[in-house]
Design a protein around this ligand. Sequence first.
Ligand SMILES: NC(=O)c1ccc[n+]([C@@H]2O[C@H](COP(=O)([O-])OP(=O)(O)OC[C@H]3O[C@@H](n4cnc5c(N)ncnc54)[C@H](O)[C@@H]3O)[C@@H](O)[C@H]2O)c1
Length: 374
Amino acid sequence: MIKENNVTIKYGVIGTGYFGAEQARFLSELPDAEVVAIYDPANAAAVAAEIGADSEPSVEALVARQDIDAVIVASPNGEHYAPVLAAARAGKDVFCEKPIALKYDQCAEMVSTAREAGVNFMAGHVMNFMAGIRRSKQLINEGAIGEVLFVRAIRNGWEDVQQAISWKKMRELSGGHLYHHIHELDFVQSLLGPATQATMVGGNVAHSGEDFGDEDDMLIITLQFPDNRFAAIEYGSAFRWPEHYVLIQGSLGAIRIDLQEAGVTLRVGGRTEQFLLHRNEEEDANRTAIYAGSSTDGAVQYGTPEKRPPLWLRGIIEDELTYFHGLMNGASPSEEFAALSDGSAATAAIATADACTLSLREDRKVKISEITGV
Ligand SMILES: NC(=O)c1ccc[n+]([C@@H]2O[C@H](COP(=O)([O-])OP(=O)(O)OC[C@H]3O[C@@H](n4cnc5c(N)ncnc54)[C@H](O)[C@@H]3O)[C@@H](O)[C@H]2O)c1
């Protein structure tokens, strides 16, 4: 493909299912980018033909290509670790879908390998790129709601029997709700810093049996932070009354981010102000309509390479990959996205998730330092 600019960044994409295919499509349309190769054990042919990329037979073959500058990893969650290490060791910059891995130790190794190789290692935590989330953080940084004292994040709904059991419902490949939807935990920590202690209760309360995967469908988390700050997070697919929101309680006011009927409300004293969750009214309306029509757990996006993500999600893919592409063109990480650009925020989120998992298993409160060793 002939690009207009002199410098063309060349990408490889590992995993071209629902999400990776869309990322490949977006990158292949940028004037100074080219997707030259993809690897996917099952869905490569159609995507390769659509975007004019080669289909490689393995991760090793893809990362060995001299013409690839950066690799996008969008395979199932449990299949991120090996390709990220292989790509970084081959000197490729990496953008990795969330959760970057399913164990803290693996995340830490991915971060240090990328650092030693001198390559970017960005995590695809989409919430960071939502316009309303960015505005909320800006307002908080300006002191609009005072000190953040407590955050409640809820992402739940009801899951019916599906035609086939997706890897997204299997613990070994997805990590279950907490890991698969690490977004909310990461967002909480972006507001309060890394948690110091965690508890989690829950289990599989309504989805046992051969029709379902083996993930827990009800998880209830409490987190403690320095200076007497707290958070509570709920995840699951055993909730008949779906909820998806983040409520940030400050000493002067509060912000409620509604991810179901998309929109954000700032409340200070008797005054309220509302703003969009996404980039425009159309994207917010698109999200609201999808959630209103969803009969599944209100959170999992089932897809195939042929199915395009909804408008609002394509908007975020555009924004986050434009940012990553900027890094590839030599831009320095912005202060806002610095912890996202080197994998450190994603790693801190998995450390806390691992502490939650240990808490559930051993029925006790767990210090995050038990996981990280510091
Ligand atoms: N940020 C978001 O909003 C968002 C949304 C959807 C998916 N995701 C993430 O993107 C990733 C992919 O999810 P998806 O929805 O596209 O799933 P998917 O099942 O549609 O696609 C996964 C693809 O990976 C391929 N694959 C399987 N094993 C592989 C391996 N070992 N190496 C390379 N490819 C392999 C499969 O053949 C499939 O084509 C996941 O990590 C998921 O969490 C993020």
